[in-house]
Design a protein around this ligand. Structure first.
Ligand SMILES: NC(=O)c1ccc[n+]([C@@H]2O[C@H](COP(=O)([O-])OP(=O)(O)OC[C@H]3O[C@@H](n4cnc5c(N)ncnc54)[C@H](O)[C@@H]3O)[C@@H](O)[C@H]2O)c1
Length: 269
């Protein structure tokens, strides 16, 4: 490959944290960053054993990956994750805030427990892990990249996901707010808004919460809807990984406070 292109998109000698990287979209992102040469620390709530297929897959491709098990909604653990990346790989350049939960819940049944769990992980953890990351990069006197995974639900609500939409709307504004302040430290902050992506989380929620008839109606609607999407397929984790690769590398150095929508054209519908 041409050296200039390699320089723009390669991540040799870079270190990244990817939250929620054990499966789903986070797995797609961690895989792409590692393939481009980054050393990746995956932080996820599942055990290292449960994350093993992802870790093995990255290593088999020649990638460098380490793992830390942590519930990110516990803010006390967040500085330790940043420290673990630096201790393991010697430096830190990229943070991908991907871990998130989504549970269908009609507004008539919304409860404080689900609200708090969703907001604590999807929004509060993003703020405080980013804070720890930024403070570390300031100490290290070099810039870096924060990539937040928001959702098209931050732009247009799906329905039955009020607590999720509120969290992702928050992530979208947090991205802009942090971008405004962190630019002077050479840190860019952007978000990726995925549309429908085929992940274990999506497969799982299809079975949760909604009454059977409502669920079946929704599944039938979804299948039909995918056919009408401009790109006529559901997204895959690698589709989001590809956008993250762009935002993690030099090619995106003059982009901050922006959203890349990766939705197969869903928002055009
Ligand atoms: N899949 C989609 O269609 C879609 C669409 C838009 C946005 N997103 C966003 O993308 C991100 C990833 O979604 P996904 O579909 O891959 O989900 P997923 O459920 O398939 O994977 C989520 C990962 O996060 C981890 N995780 C969950 N709770 C955690 C916690 N408290 N601490 C640490 N790790 C935790 C899980 O173990 C898992 O590895 C989320 O922020 C989600 O909101 C997904």
């Amino acid at each position: 490959m041409n050296n200039i292109i390699q320089d723009l998109f390669g991540l040799q000698n870079k270190t990244a944290i990817v939250t929620g990287g054990a499966m789903g979209i986070g797995k797609g992102i961690a895989g792409r960053l590692a393939l481009a040469g980054a050393s990746v620390l995956i932080a996820d709530i599942v055990s290292e054993q449960e994350a093993a297929p992802t870790l093995d897959g990255i290593r088999q491709q020649g990638g460098k990956v380490a793992y830390i098990q942590a519930d990110l909604s516990n803010t006390a653990l967040l500085p330790g994750i940043v420290k673990a990346a630096v201790d393991t790989f010697g430096d830190l350049d990229i943070l991908v805030n991907n871990a998130g939960i989504f549970k269908y819940m009609p507004i008539t049944e919304l409860n404080e427990d689900l609200w708090d769990k969703t907001l604590n992980l999807n929004l509060k953890a993003v703020a405080f892990l980013s804070k720890a990351f930024i403070n570390t990069l300031i100490e290290k006197k070099h810039g870096g990249k924060i990539i937040n995974i928001s959702s098209i639900d931050s732009l247009k609500p799906t329905g039955n996901l009020a607590q999720y939409d509120a969290s992702k709307g928050g992530v979208r504004m947090l991205t802009r707010s942090f971008a405004k302040e962190a630019g002077k430290y050479g840190i860019t902050v952007n978000d990726i808004a995925p549309g429908g992506v085929n992940t274990p989380g999506v497969q799982k929620i299809a079975g949760d919460n909604l009454p059977k008839e409502q669920l079946e109606a929704m599944q039938a609607q979804t299948a039909q809807f995918i056919q009408t999407l401009p790109l006529q397929r559901i997204g895959e984790p690698d589709d989001i990984g590809n956008a993250a690769l762009f935002l993690a590398g030099k090619a995106s150095d003059y982009i901050t406070g922006s959203t890349i929508v990766v939705d197969g054209g869903l928002l055009l519908m």
